[in-house]
Design a protein around this ligand. Structure first.
Ligand SMILES: [Zn+2]
Length: 615
């Protein structure tokens, strides 16, 4: 008879294993806790009831009036930029076109923004306006007013000691205060901003926020108290396009005691055309530097370097697939490259590290037909029909699903950031799991790009634009980014692996140079963006949903603000700009981003912020 085997000796190792599993579970839970501030699911499309929220926003007491005088493109752009900044901050406002008939009634408002140049058109109202400021009104010149007699009569009220005749031209902007996150002491725009300004000497009673970045140091933005009110003076005609919304929003908020506005708090890093076929053979420059062929360079140099950056800044990569680089526009569309292993290797690593893989293109031809007249601009062929594009997108979707099984493809980046209207309409039908389209935020004079706002479209797709690009972001991109840090607390960057091979996009720089300039850019960005959330494109889209639906109401007394958030789901990120010093928050947390600017994470739809006594 066989003896019963005794397994009691197993108890010890099993206990150890159970303990280790438990410890690992705790550790994992701990890790997931630290990232629990990420949104984890898409919200269902806005219902009719929720759509009413817009009316909540509109029914808020409107205390801001934008004066416009629309007779030229510049004036329209100035008005649109101010209005877009306030829309983004959910500040309700009225518009009054002073070229139209009807009296100007300012008594109901506490803030007036002048978005046109012809200040002399207000000559009948200036005394009334100054009295209104004296009694606590806040006036902002969003664009440099003309050098007129009407202005000359009131120089001291506006903080101007001397005004020479005519105008002065100057270049770039240098911030003397931290008006925008990351802006203090920084210069921008020496090669793209040419201001036409009033040639002023300021009175010592002004607070000067910014001067021109050239040797002249022309005062560009200052504030001045007048009686119980305040004036914010923008002495430039350059802040009239989309890239400058932040600085106008900041100027508006500096007039107020407390401003609280919703933000996205998302930093995304996209790698377009990745994974994608890697050319075989060698590239002269790459070979002379690394003695490797192109594939070996990407596997053994480029990707390890990108992973080093990922670790350094806790980046989360969103990679966008190109299946093939053929120029085929007629079906059947098939996979005609033999690089499945490279595809799965890179895609798998991006996913392993918490990143996302999204769709970019079957090939690299934008989804437009001949009549759209867009592909021709960049020398691309056009598609013969909508159906052929749909079949190509379907092939991409099926191929990607086959390569990275079990992975939903919820994000799409249009090739060359171009996407024509019809394709935009049918895309969610061909890729039913699609939630996010990530193109570009800024229009580009050279590319008929699909330009987006951070918003939910009527069909439920989330528009999630990228703001900057490349391994060597230009000064203009840094300007746009610093404005977006203020306005949405959002950063969105994209690069291409093959920028290294492209002499135009690499600007003649080596990979080592490119890696270094990208590193410097990221260091600048993350230094300016405390508590930034590094999110995938899809998570960024989820954050946009929560931002887009959030409407804050705040009621402030001297030492306390009561805040109510309409459209609150599971998280609320807000920015608070105030000269007061916050002491505590009843639910949630806050961190100082820069002087007088605080990032708030609200845990509930109602909370209060207390300020230090005596502030
Ligand atoms: Zn691409």
């Amino acid at each position: 008879m066989r003896q019963k085997a005794s397994f009691s000796w197993l108890y010890i190792p099993i206990s150890i294993l159970i303990f280790l599993a438990f410890a690992l579970f705790i550790e994992r839970s701990g890790i997931s806790y630290t990232v629990s501030h990420k949104p984890v699911e898409f919200l269902p499309p806005v219902s009719a009831a929720e759509a009413q929220m817009g009316s909540t926003f509109n029914s808020r007491e409107t205390r801001c009036l934008i004066l416009s005088y629309t007779d030229s493109v510049v004036q329209d752009k100035a008005y649109e930029t101010v209005a877009a900044a306030l829309d983004s901050m959910k500040v309700p406002y009225h518009q009054k076109n002073i070229g139209q008939t009807g009296a100007l009634d300012i008594a109901a408002y506490d803030t007036i923004i002048i978005s046109f140049v012809e200040f002399s058109r207000l000559s009948d109202y200036t005394d009334h306006l100054l009295e209104w400021i004296n009694n606590g009104g806040k006036l902002m010149f969003a664009i440099r007013p003309d050098n007129s007699q009407v202005l000359r009569e009131h120089l001291s009220e506006f903080g101007i000691a001397f005004l020479d005749p005519g105008y002065i031209e100057s270049d770039g902007i240098e911030f003397l205060t931290a008006m925008l996150p990351g802006s203090s002491g920084q210069k921008f725009g020496l090669d793209f901003m040419i201001h036409s300004s009033l040639p002023v000497n300021l009175a010592s009673t002004t607070i000067l926020h910014a001067i021109s970045a050239d040797d002249q140091g022309v005062p560009l933005i200052w504030e001045k108290e007048y009686g119980d009110g305040k004036i914010m003076f923008v002495n430039s005609d350059q802040f009239i396009d989309k890239s400058s919304r932040g600085v106008l929003g900041a100027a508006y908020s500096a007039l107020q005691d407390v401003v609280i506005y919703p933000v996205i708090n998302a930093a995304t890093f996209h790698i377009d055309d990745f994974p994608a076929p890697i050319p075989e053979g060698t590239d002269e420059k790459i070979f002379s530097q690394f003695t490797r062929d192109i594939q070996s360079f990407y596997l053994n140099v480029w990707w390890p370097d990108m992973q080093e950056l990922q670790e350094k800044y806790n980046l989360v990569y969103s990679a966008f697939i190109i299946e093939t680089y053929n120029y085929q526009t007629e079906p059947p569309f098939v996979y005609d490259i033999n690089q499945q292993d490279i595809f799965q290797y890179f895609g798998g690593l991006v996913l392993r590290d918490g990143g996302e893989v999204g769709l970019h293109g079957y090939n690299h031809i934008p989804l437009c037909v001949e009549e759209d007249k867009k592909n021709q601009v960049l020398g691309y062929p056009t598609w013969p029909s909508q159906i052929s594009m749909q079949k190509a997108v379907d092939e991409l979707h099926q191929f990607s699903t086959g390569m990275l099984s079990g992975q939903p493809f919820t994000s799409y980046v249009p090739v060359s950031n171009m996407l024509c209207d019809q394709a935009r309409r049918w895309l969610p039908e061909i890729v039913p799991e699609l939630h996010v389209i990530a193109s570009v935020y800024l229009p580009d004079v050279d590319v008929p790009a699909y330009v987006q706002e951070f918003e939910e479209a009527d069909d439920g797709i989330i528009e999630y634009p990228r703001i900057t690009s490349g391994y060597h972001p230009s000064d203009f991109m840094r300007w746009a980014q610093v404005n977006e840090l203020w306005l949405h607390y959002a950063a969105g960057h994209f690069v291409h692996p093959d920028d290294v091979l492209d002499s135009y996009r690499s600007q003649g720089n080596t990979w080592l140079d490119m890696r270094e300039t990208l590193d410097e850019y990221l260091l600048w960005l993350y230094s300016a963006m405390p508590n930034a959330r590094n999110l995938t494109a899809s998570e960024g889209g989820m954050a946009v949903q929560r931002y887009a639906r959030l409407v804050p109401h705040f009621d402030c007394e001297v030492n306390i603000c009561q805040v109510t958030l309409d459209g609150f789901y599971d998280e609320g990120w807000l920015m608070m700009r105030t000269n007061k010093t916050p002491a505590d928050i009843s639910s949630g947390s806050y961190v100082e981003v820069t002087n007088n600017l605080y990032l708030i994470e609200a845990d509930e739809a109602k909370f209060e912020i207390r300020f230090k006594v005596g502030q």
